[in-house]
Design a protein around this ligand. Structure first.
Ligand code: HT9
Ligand code: FE2
Length: 357
């Protein structure tokens, strides 16, 4: 498959779902953001400002509930297939915190676990930082911590692409019959990252944006969209630092002035309807579209599709040597697909240098 390190000759005895985590109440927001920005000493006042999107939702991020759903569905799929691995869940930034989960796994006698990270692409934020989490989680426990092997990035998986295709087709169906249904543009979005982070991602650079462009092109081709765009959303940080552009809202203005009458916005960069989706797209970008008189339909995300669960189970069965139903469309950077053991990076130059601020 690739030349990444794998745990050798060892029975795998658990699965760990590793995610970003999100607050679940107003009192969680600032401590959560302190975790996200750990070590950077950002004042609480500023964090309340950064966290204002969370306060619109009573401080509740959708991400934890979405992960609980993924885990429940995966447990049922394991039962159906006879996969006898317990499933654990730990987050980088909020409870259940990864360090606690690794301690619990250790106490339960887990020795070697696979890790499913809830992010589909390469790059520092989407891949390498999860390797760092794995190393941190194990270090918190010490020598008795189980070995942890991260599963590959999902972006090139047939099931991931197919789930996104289905979501875009459903979005087109919603537009059917609307008077602006002709003149629709398909617009893919993903989380923006600093330009330097993209330039440093992967052995050849630009791993993150190229993987996104690959998935966007696949989906566009399969739904028969001749014209499509890949744009970015949810940028943060100081304005003088360049991040990937154009931003979705600026892009909607361009499309409106080009005579486009409606858009389908497909957040292929996110595996579920995280806060960035429900706020930055469903709230802010949707309001921008109304202001511009553009029809706006937001396509769903892959995580709610059964194929997403099938995909995770297939990746596990392939790794366990039970069966091989995984169809990878374009692992165009061999050896750089996100696999790694105990926090070692997946391959030289992958997935980008550590944040330098
Ligand atoms: C590429 C990427 C993904 C996709 C890969 C993946 O899924 O992992 C992602 C996911 C997410 N990002 C999330 C939330 C946040 N990201 C932040 C900050 C940042 N993200 C970045 C990039 C990404 N982020 C970057 C370069 C920064 C700035 C530097 C830093 O601080 O590292 C900040 C700090 C405040 C701010 O700067 O706005 C927050 C609160 C949530 C949870 C949402 C919820 O609650 O539903 C999720 C799933
Ligand atoms: Fe983020």
């Amino acid at each position: 498959m690739n030349n990444a390190p794998l745990l050798q000759d060892a029975p795998i005895d658990a699965l760990l779902v590793l995610s970003f985590g999100g607050p679940e109440g107003v009192d969680d927001v600032v401590p959560f953001l302190e975790n996200v920005t750990r070590g950077r000493g950002i004042p609480a006042e500023r964090l309340r400002e950064v966290g204002k999107h969370y306060f619109h939702f009573d401080g509740i991020s959708p991400i934890n509930e979405l992960n609980r759903s993924i885990i429940d569905r995966l447990k049922r799929e394991f039962v159906r297939r006879g996969i006898e691995l317990p499933i654990y869940w730990g987050n980088r930034n909020w409870h259940p915190m990864l360090e606690q989960t690794v301690a619990e796994m250790t106490a339960d006698g887990v020795r070697r676990a696979l890790v499913f990270g809830t992010s589909a692409y390469g790059g520092y934020s989407a891949c390498r930082q999860y390797h760092e989490d794995i190393a941190r989680g194990r270090a918190a426990v010490g020598d008795d911590a189980p070995d942890l092997e991260k599963l590959p990035q999902l972006y090139a998986n047939e099931m991931f692409v197919a789930a996104n295709v289905a979501a875009v087709e459903a979005a087109y169906a919603k537009l059917q019959g609307a008077d602006f249904a002709s003149g629709t543009r398909l617009v893919f979005t993903a989380h923006s990252i600093p330009e330097t982070a993209d330039a440093e991602a992967g052995p050849e650079g630009h791993l993150y944006s190229e993987q996104l462009r690959f998935v966007a092109a696949q989906v566009a081709d399969r739904v028969g969209a001749a014209q499509w765009d890949l744009v970015w959303q949810s940028r943060s940080g100081p304005p003088h630092i360049p991040w990937l552009e154009p931003d979705i809202c600026d892009h909607l203005e361009t499309l409106a002035s080009d005579g486009i009458r409606s858009v389908i916005v497909a957040p292929i960069g996110f595996v579920s309807d995280h806060l960035e989706v429900v706020w930055d797209l469903d709230t802010e970008a949707a309001a921008k579209a109304i202001e511009l008189g553009l029809g706006f339909v937001r396509a769903g995300t892959a995580g709610s599709d059964d194929r997403f669960i099938t995909m995770i189970a297939d990746l596990i069965e392939r790794r366990l040597g039970i069966s091989d139903n995984v169809q990878e469309l374009c692992p165009f950077l061999q050896g750089a697909t996100g696999v790694g053991v105990n926090g070692t990076v997946c391959a030289p130059g992958c997935c980008g240098a550590q944040r330098s601020d």
